[in-house]
Design a binder for this molecule. Sequence first.
Ligand SMILES: [Zn+2]
Length: 472
Amino acid sequence: MSHKTRNMVRSLQLAAAVAPLLLASGAGAQGLTEQQQFARGIYQELVEINTTTATGDTQKAAEAMGARLRAAGFPESDVHVFSPAPHKGNLVARLHGSGARKPILLVAHIDVVPGLREDWTVDPFKLTEQDGYFYGRGSGDDKYMASAFITNLIRYKKEGYKPDRDIIVALETDEEILDANALGIQWLIKNHRDLIDAEFALNEGGGVGLKNGKAIRNSVQTSEKVSIGYLLTVKDRGGHSSLPRKDNAIYRLAEGLVRLSKYDFPMNLNETTRIYFAKTAEVDKSHADDIKAILAPQPDPAALARLSENPGYNAQLRTTCVATMLEGGHAINALPQLATAKVNCRILPGEPVEGVEATIERVLADKQIEVTPTGKAVLSPPSPLNEEVMGSIEKLSKEFWPDAEIVPVMSTGATDGSYLRNAGIPTYGHSGLGSDVDDNRAHGKDERVLVKSFYEGEEYLYRLVKMLAGGK
Ligand SMILES: [Zn+2]
């Protein structure tokens, strides 16, 4: 069957399936099915609880979702709300399967970054539906997934669905603070590992990329770069600015930073990024030749240099380090006694952290610039391209978005997937949520998701989890 025919058949099937539902439920003014209205209600409830990591209340959100599950018939013993600190909450819920296979874990974070009313055109903590979008802080990151997992778990329960394996939903706090003391997934792994133990997990990190409204790719995040900071320090005896000398802490540091700015870490591709580039070459015509040239057994340095000018591609090709903060001196009329800079590195999975520090020192080429790490890197192995997971995604995605390429990706930012991977639970970042590739508003003002993508993604996750969990 051609894509077009399959599409048509699928639309007819959908229309046939949806029509009686609309009639039966007397679908609301916006033509939503009963299921969609229910989904929207949970989403709205979650978006409208302010869960800003530092000042909001994730405990309230976790309790609200726990109440939804209990109201749907989940027993107390399968719905746990943990509150490791005031206003901090995690929810772990379970739908029992036959136990033939190890459970599957569905993870979403319920905390959000701040959203200021005066910056936004709408209230960030109200779900506003406007021009085909849902606006609200967390509407995409990550309350779409959190509400979809809860909605779908209730839907399975109502159907009497009996999977081959337990389906566990974990909603966590503190994902947005990147802190060793975070009380979300790290806390759950440490304190309730038995409740979340699974063969693999689905989490945020990959979604459906739309270009002019058309789905061009559906990504699966399998690995992440590791973030680590370094403090660069130059000390000097200082003195009066009326008697300057050639040795000056600010100049020394600045010259070192210029050397660092000109340095590129070597290209180093892994299983995920190789496939990522091979698939990208098929859709990005303007870079296709250069991509092919770097995938060749003898990568072409000129092609690599051109490709590296694109920050997105550059970040997939290599470890990167960049200066992000600068400080120095103590008075306008004094020679500086101290100059410091902070450098943030994003290290490829599999590359040793100590090697990066050694490289920075070599490139700075100045013994007087002292280099110290400002934190500890969390290394995590890439999740293997599991046949069952990737095969199910490949199959289902074709039904929803026939022209979208399935692309495994390595995140250059960080999610909590790294903690799960380190705990031995391979994790796949995959949301089914479509968004324009040129309209990323996560963490920004007027965060929004397409209404159509919201319902579509929720249905996609409903079916994907069923495929992965088996049974009937
Ligand atoms: Zn997120």
